[in-house]
Design a protein around this ligand. Structure first.
Ligand SMILES: NC(=O)c1ccc[n+]([C@@H]2O[C@H](COP(=O)([O-])OP(=O)(O)OC[C@H]3O[C@@H](n4cnc5c(N)ncnc54)[C@H](OP(=O)(O)O)[C@@H]3O)[C@@H](O)[C@H]2O)c1
Ligand SMILES: *[C@@H]1O[C@H](CO)[C@@H](O)[C@H](O)[C@H]1NC(C)=O
Ligand SMILES: *[C@@H]1O[C@H](CO)[C@@H](O)[C@H](O)[C@H]1NC(C)=O
Ligand SMILES: *[C@@H]1O[C@H](CO)[C@@H](O)[C@H](O)[C@H]1NC(C)=O
Length: 350
């Protein structure tokens, strides 16, 4: 009898209380932002808006009549979007740029602020690239185990050195530059304007479930998203007192062409997927199928974008979508082996 009372008290203290406290804190934030920034006054910069999730974000904000700046490298896609949304949005401007190019970040910032007449309320960093190869394949590591017990008679042990360690390092630097260093650089450039020109500035970063839990064939992608998660978690606490909110959104699999941006596939393989004729494209497609991990149950880019907008409106610090992926985070605390098993299953590593 007594022990069940103690149990009930413990469960209440560890589960109900934190849930209650966080819901009280969250409710205060909702009321604040919506009353301070009406949808048709919101000044939004979307980084990575030429395709996928970022493009859907632009559509949603345009339909709310926000003032928009859309940023990406592929200018013709941005111009198409300006055409599509020009009469719907409060205003919309395209700024072409590569967020990893040293000359571009400063120019993107100045041009964006110019288009928004000097002020910004919401910066959404959605640009990102992926990786799709198992690490040993990327680095050219020989995984043959057949002769494990025979001692080697090669005095220089060169056969034990990987064929391509440089490729692994280069791919890692590339992915870190887009998914971590560029968001950091954009943040430092936009932060002064967010602090000084908005009554409730938001920085929203699109991370991934890969920023929370590792998955096979995604090692360097997971590393870059984990880095972003740590950085923006800490930054959020620092800048809160300035009135700026930092939110991280972690979607599961979304149905976009993200895989074509893979930093660890040769460009030709990565980008020729749509042409069905060439032998190259056929290898690429089977290659991608092999490396992909299933897209089954993927959410649409639109649904994902809706979740991101909600996370921004409600100033959520850490949003996971679809919602049931939250379960995998809880599960990962209770039973890590089960989550590892699920991740391996998803990517064909059982
Ligand atoms: N798809 C998924 O399953 C999934 C799941 C979880 C998280 N995410 C995250 O969601 C975000 C958006 O991905 P997506 O699925 O929508 O893929 P996507 O269609 O490939 O979109 C990526 C966007 O980033 C831009 N971008 C990439 N590198 C850039 C650079 N150096 N400079 C400027 N812009 C750059 C691209 O534009 P340009 O090529 O025109 O520059 C494009 O607009 C990424 O951060 C991704 O990690 C995706
Ligand atoms: C960050 O932006 C500045 C421009 O203000 C540039 O000098 C620097 O090289 C950029 N860093 C990266 C890693 O892009
Ligand atoms: C991998 O190692 C095995 C066993 O040591 C060897 O027979 C094989 O030739 C190696 N393969 C490559 C591609 O180096
Ligand atoms: C293992 O070693 C034996 C004897 O040296 C050799 O005949 C055989 O080809 C090797 N197997 C592999 C997979 O390298």
């Amino acid at each position: 009898m007594l022990s069940s009372v103690v149990l009930a008290a413990t469960v209440t203290a560890t589960v109900a209380l934190p849930v209650l406290v966080s819901s009280i804190i969250r409710r205060r934030r909702i009321i604040e932002r919506i009353s301070l920034i009406p949808h048709d006054k919101e000044r939004v910069v979307i980084i990575g808006a030429s395709s996928g999730i970022g493009l859907e974000l632009a559509r949603i904000y345009a339909h709310r009549h926000a003032h928009l700046v859309i940023v990406a490298r592929r200018e013709e896609l941005l111009e198409q979007l300006v055409q599509e949304l020009g009469t719907i949005a409060g205003s919309i401007h395209a700024v072409q740029g590569d967020i990893t190019a040293p000359e571009d970040v400063r120019r993107i910032t100045i041009e964006s602020l110019g288009a928004l007449r000097g002020g910004i309320d919401t910066l959404i960093i959605c640009a990102g690239v992926i990786s799709v190869l198992p690490f040993e394949e990327l680095a050219g590591i020989n995984c043959t185990t057949a002769n494990r017990t025979l001692s080697s008679d090669n005095a220089e042990y060169t056969h034990l050195i990987p064929a391509n360690p440089q490729a692994a390092l280069e791919a890692s630097i590339k992915i870190m530059n887009v998914n971590y260093h560029a968001p950091l650089n954009l943040t430092s450039h936009f932060l002064p304007a967010l602090i000084q020109t908005s009554s409730a500035g938001n920085i929203i970063v699109v991370s991934s479930m890969a920023g929370k839990i590792g998955a096979p064939t995604r090692s360097i992608y997971c590393a870059s998203k984990h880095a972003a998660q740590g950085f923006f978690d800490a930054l959020g606490m620092e800048v809160e007192r300035t009135g700026v909110h930092v939110g991280i959104v972690s979607p599961g699999t979304v149905d976009t062409d993200l895989r074509q941006s893979a930093v660890d596939l040769p460009k030709s393989e990565a980008y020729d997927l749509s042409s069905s004729s060439s032998a190259q494209a056929n290898t690429s497609r089977s290659e991608l199928k092999r490396i992909a991990g299933t897209k089954k149950g993927a959410m649409t880019a639109h649904a994902c974008a809706e979740g991101i907008v909600r996370a921004s409106d409600y100033r959520q610090h850490d949003a996971v979508m679809p919602w049931f992926y939250q379960m995998s985070l809880i599960l990962n605390l209770i039973s890590p082996p089960l989550v590892r098993w699920l991740a391996k299953k998803k990517y064909g590593y059982l």
